[in-house]
Ligand binder design. Sequence first.
Ligand SMILES: Cc1ncc(COP(=O)(O)O)c(C=O)c1O
Length: 390
Amino acid sequence: MTELRPETRTVHLPHPQLNGSRPISVPIYQTSGFVFDDPAVFADGMGRPDGAFVYGRMSNPTVRSLEEAVAGLEGGVGAVATGSGMGAINSVLLGLLKPGDHLIAQKPLYGGTAGMINDLIERFQIAVSYVSEADPEALRAAVRPETKLVYLETIANPVTQVADLPGMCAVAREAGLISVVDNTFASPILCRPLEHGADIVVHSTTKYLSGHTDVLGGIAVFASDELYRKVWSFATELGATADPFAAWLTLRGIQTLPLRMERHCFNTRELATRLNDHPAVSAVHWPGLPSHPSYELAAKLLPDFGGVFSFDLAGGRAAGERFMGAVRLALLAPSLGGVETLILHPASTSHRMLTAEELVRNGIGEGTIRVAVGIEHVEDLWADFEQALS
Ligand SMILES: Cc1ncc(COP(=O)(O)O)c(C=O)c1O
């Protein structure tokens, strides 16, 4: 070929040759598509999740690395990473349900998922029944001929009820239903729902998996190849799949997940126990405390009890507002699972769409405060809580 002109050289950039070495960390493959030498390999890569990389909406090496990492941690055969936790939840629900199907979901349920399910009922003629998270007999009684899927959460928000995964998943399996578990609050360090009989695990990787409050992401992990391919196909049609930079940040977070979870749980135990003994506090909700209704189940299911708890102040909503205005280190903010301690008031923020009666049924009071405990030094956190309480 003749000497290339600048207009061509600037377009066709040289790719580095790795002469006998390779990067230690997973690189960010920031490309929307891939080049082929062989048209047959190009054609073969289309329409399946595990062929050659073709187009970024279907697969990308950085995203694949995240999918393999989380599938490995959860014990699944494959995973689909998405742009947010809701992207994963919706890819699963919309990818597997059709009009006329019946879905059984637990209550309490994360607000975004509850909103999505209401939308399914109204716009897609999917019927929904709700059961408690730890009542396999109620689940058995709710099954109908058209029931397709059971939806659970390992640990619920904000009063941290723990689902009876072995009991509920066994009933789902007997009835031939697909069981889906949102494992965001536990992370695969505290619980691997596929080991308890679930078919699909979903995560908001925005939370513990990425861990640094700097990225949105989600993932669905599958026990069977059939479900994996079905949901992958739908997620790529929907355009819900993850971006390589977001996947890279999440991979970076995962490398410290076990260490962070250990500290989240340790700090939470200290704060929950000390608040439980504080005269200004009327109740503490954390499944690691014997007073919590899920304590016995949680002790069987989980090696530790997670980094989120909530508490009620004896002075009700006014006292809660004063507390939230007085903390200095804990940040008044949504979300959880990051290194910083975050607090919020569920009744006016994350659960504002619930009626007064639903709030009571979910164990949420006017003065309940949720704490997503970070990895700071616990004595600094306690000093902050103590001064805010006084
Ligand atoms: C338990 C749970 N599931 C799913 C989600 C949704 O995740 P995302 O905000 O990444 O879409 C959240 C977000 O708070 C959550 O707490």
